[in-house]
Design a protein around this ligand. Structure first.
Ligand code: MCF
Ligand code: FE
Length: 409
């Protein structure tokens, strides 16, 4: 059992409780949390470790959506237009993926750890990132991805998907949890969706899918028109979308831990369905901006009480996998929400809601939650408690310390 005391404790719990001069008692799990005075009195025989002045203890950050296999991209892919990006991914994918070997991905994971991430939702297209994830202390919810819309290919694709998923399952442990990703409504055949969701239900696996990311996707899914039409004609000889947005969403009933990434082109009806499914929206603001996609309507999500989490997406559509970099971008993107209020909402999104998206027992400093904790130092004193979250987002680049499952890593 250990006790840490800091100038501030940001619990990221339901009520966003903040403790000034607080202390946290933990082992593998969090045992207790309270004011320093309270903890001192309750645990008189246990030594307390005091962090420096202006220190902050908070839950480790959860990057709920990242593609590590695309980690070698810096200047290759085309930004500024979704279709151009997609085409550039298709033409450079093999080369990029080959360059992203275990060594490179491990280096990126180490940097992610140093920048405060303790848990990731890793979308894996090929399982080339498996070894690096297994070697990292970061908790990984490992989403084996299924993709393919052409009917005569689906058996082969499903067999390949199952073997990747089975291999991931063999490695299941406390900090490596297999899960299922369906690429998107435009790229996954309804048969693949039905079969993979059956597997998810059988083993209670978390599920995630990209959904309504671009205006082009909206046009195609709703009306079989727009730039996707030529794309599908040229690549696959397909002239009609294989599904409609609502039909797609309706397939996800009875999935316990569900998330949809992007959702920037959703209608109110779609959002209400997402809420009914108790799904979380993975928000990837930098990716949306770089691919010239629509801004997520965060205000509507807040009004409708739909949970959203924060993801960096891959280096295929971002220049950084740091959650603090991403949080600063999110903060600057949503100019329609007061910056102080938004900062409080965002820290909960990057912790508690990420945990919900991935189906974990983390993301809050609260009794019985996993002891995944980061310690940071602010450059100066924070005078008003209400400004703490904003200052944490503005001034944090690296963490002083990361604790995962009660252990310093
Ligand atoms: O989230 C972004 C943009 N939307 C869709 N897919 C991806 C993103 N980042 C990487 N991808 C991957 C996806 O997992 O791109 C590949 C898929 O394997 C090609 S999509 C034809
Ligand atoms: Fe993505």
């Amino acid at each position: 059992m250990k006790i840490l005391s800091a100038s501030w404790i940001l619990t990221c719990n339901k009520n966003n409780t903040i403790l000034k001069n607080g202390a946290i008692v933990y082992d593998k799990k969090i045992i207790d949390i309270g004011s320093l005075e309270f903890i001192k009195e309750k645990y008189p025989s246990i030594e307390i470790e005091f962090l420096d002045e202006n220190s902050v203890i908070m839950p480790g950050l959860i990057n709920s959506h990242v593609h590590l296999e695309f980690s070698s991209n810096t200047t290759t892919l085309k930004y500024g237009n979704f279709m151009s990006w997609l085409k550039s991914v298709i033409s450079s994918r093999d080369e990029l993926v080959e360059k992203a070997d275990t060594k490179l991905i491990s280096k990126k994971l180490l940097k992610m750890k140093k920048t405060g991430t303790t848990t990731i939702g890793a979308i894996s297209s090929y399982s080339y990132d498996l070894e690096a994830c297994l070697n990292s202390p970061i908790n990984t919810v490992y989403f084996s991805e299924v993709i393919g819309s052409k009917a005569d290919m689906i058996d082969t694709l499903f067999t390949d998907f199952k073997s990747r998923l089975d291999n991931a399952k063999l490695n299941t442990c406390e900090n490596f949890i297999p899960a299922i990703a369906i690429h998107s409504p435009y790229s996954a055949h309804p048969f693949l969706i039905r079969e993979t969701l059956n597997l998810a239900k059988k083993d209670n696996l978390s599920v995630s899918s990209h959904f309504l990311e671009s205006p082009e996707e909206f046009e195609w899914l709703h009306k079989d028109t727009g730039s996707f039409l030529n794309f599908f004609k040229d690549f696959l000889g397909q002239e009609k979308s294989i599904t409609r947005p609502m039909e797609f969403l309706n397939q996800f009933k009875n999935i316990n831990n569900l998330s949809f990434t992007h959702c920037v082109e959703t209608t109110k009806k779609d959002l209400l369905k997402i809420k009914e499914l108790d799904a979380v929206i993975n928000h990837c603001a930098t990716s949306n901006r770089l691919l010239n996609n629509t801004k997520l309507d965060l205000k509507s999500l807040i009004d409708l009480e739909i949970d959203f989490s924060i993801g960096t997406d891959g280096l295929s559509s971002n220049n950084s996998l740091s959650m603090f970099d991403e949080l600063r971008n999110v903060l600057m993107t949503h100019t329609d929400i007061n910056v102080v209020d938004l900062a409080n909402i965002l820290l909960k999104s990057a912790t508690k809601n990420g945990s919900k998206a991935l189906g974990l027992n983390k993301g809050e400093l609260q009794k019985d939650k996993d002891a995944d904790i980061i310690c940071i130092s602010l450059p100066d004193e924070v005078l008003d408690e209400k400004d703490l979250s904003l200052n944490v987002i503005l001034h944090s680049k690296f963490v002083d310390r990361s604790i995962i499952g009660g252990k310093d890593v």
